[in-house]
Ligand binder design. Structure first.
Ligand code: SAH
Length: 216
């Protein structure tokens, strides 16, 4: 079997697995088919691109597991008119999936080397509806607020208040909540007329959302 066939087989197995996990959104399945995950990995991990595993990236961070990316993306209920804020660009893989499905993505990363690499990578892939920023994402992106959707891809004990205040009318925020890596819950917050409604979407395991300092 040549390499291409091997990758195709891994991708079709992965898609089957993701569908078995209950993901039904066909646009999302198309996005996973369209975004080449191997391009977001360090070269030594490329043969694992279509396995359902999180893998190490630079700056001691991780690229998320594809089935978790799928779950979080589906939970956001995106349309092609949506403007999304993402906190924790990392490798840019989740960013690229969002970019495929939405009008515009604003993404913030605290490690400058990761952000520089990711910005270049997205550009090389011809993805041009993403704006990147090097900053502490817990503060949000005041100049672009409000956002219809906010996705946090690192875990905090509580949702940063600035993110909640930048979530627009009928907005949806998805974030892993809980500091202990073994005790985090994927949480969806929905802005209702006079309140915020919270839903538990099950256990997850993410690197921590680091507050305050950014890294050069
Ligand atoms: N979705 C990414 C996941 C990366 S892991 C991917 O699949 O590649 C989470 C990322 O959040 C890391 O890159 C980490 O540096 C970043 N992060 C942690 N705290 C942050 C903060 N306060 N502001 C911005 N980014 C942060």
């Amino acid at each position: 079997m040549n390499t291409m066939n091997f990758e195709n087989k891994q991708l079709s197995d992965l898609l089957l697995y993701i569908e078995q996990q209950g993901i039904t959104d066909l646009r999302l399945i198309d996005a996973i088919k369209a975004v080449p995950r191997e391009m977001f990995l360090l070269s030594s991990f490329r043969t694992h691109a279509y396995k359902d595993v999180a893998l190490p990236i630079n700056c001691n961070q991780t690229i998320s597991q594809p089935s978790i990316v799928a779950r979080m993306t589906e939970a956001l209920e995106l349309t092609d008119r949506t403007k999304v804020l993402e906190i924790g660009s990392g490798s840019g893989y989740q960013t690229a999936i969002l970019a495929y499905l939405c009008r515009r993505v604003y993404t913030i990363e605290r490690y400058r080397p990761l952000l520089v690499e990711t910005t270049e990578r997205l550009k090389n892939l011809g993805i041009n509806n993403v704006t990147t920023r090097h900053a502490d994402g817990s503060l949000g992106w005041v100049e672009q607020a409000p956002f219809q959707r906010i996705l946090v891809t690192a875990a905090a004990a509580d949702i940063p208040p600035n993110l909640l205040s930048q979530l627009g009318k009928s907005g949806v925020l998805v974030a892993p909540i809980g500091h202990d890596k073994k005790d985090q819950r994927l949480t969806r917050i929905r802005r209702k007329k006079d309140s915020l409604e919270s839903e538990d979407l099950g256990p997850v395991s993410f690197v921590p959302l680091e507050l305050g300092v950014v890294r050069d």
